[in-house]
Design a protein around this ligand. Structure first.
Ligand SMILES: [Zn+2]
Length: 121
């Protein structure tokens, strides 16, 4: 458990001693009881929500600069377009094709064609 979580757990237990019930502790902080209890018992890391509710700054994580565009970002680089790898319907197992056909009307023709192609193979 990290330092923030240990401190948060300590604070929550102190609040519990003062207020008497976990429901009251959670209510005071505007958090979910389970979340509060799990954090107080050290079963879960203190989430950003818990840290903020207790008045701590949230954790800061060092992120590397993107080698593609030179900017720090959390998700995939918006400047780089990666083609989505899509499995051709023909390669889908028959069961899945039938399910998809039943479930959606979307791309119906392609699915049907794939099914037919599989049957002739
Ligand atoms: Zn980038």
């Amino acid at each position: 458990m990290d330092r923030e979580s240990k401190q948060a757990a300590k604070d929550l237990r102190a609040m519990y001693r003062e207020l008497g019930t976990w429901t009251d502790v959670a209510g005071r902080l505007g958090l979910n009881v389970g979340q509060v209890w799990n954090t107080a018992k050290g079963r879960k890391r203190a989430s950003a929500k818990v840290l903020v509710a207790l008045g701590y700054p949230t954790r800061k994580v060092l992120a590397p600069v993107c080698p593609e565009c030179g900017v720090v970002h959390v998700k995939n680089c918006p400047k780089v377009r990666r083609p989505r790898v899509k499995r051709a319907f023909v390669d889908w197992p028959r069961r899945r094709l039938v399910q998809a056909l039943e479930k959606t009307g979307a791309r119906y023709r392609e699915l049907l064609a794939a099914l037919e192609q599989q049957e002739t193979q």
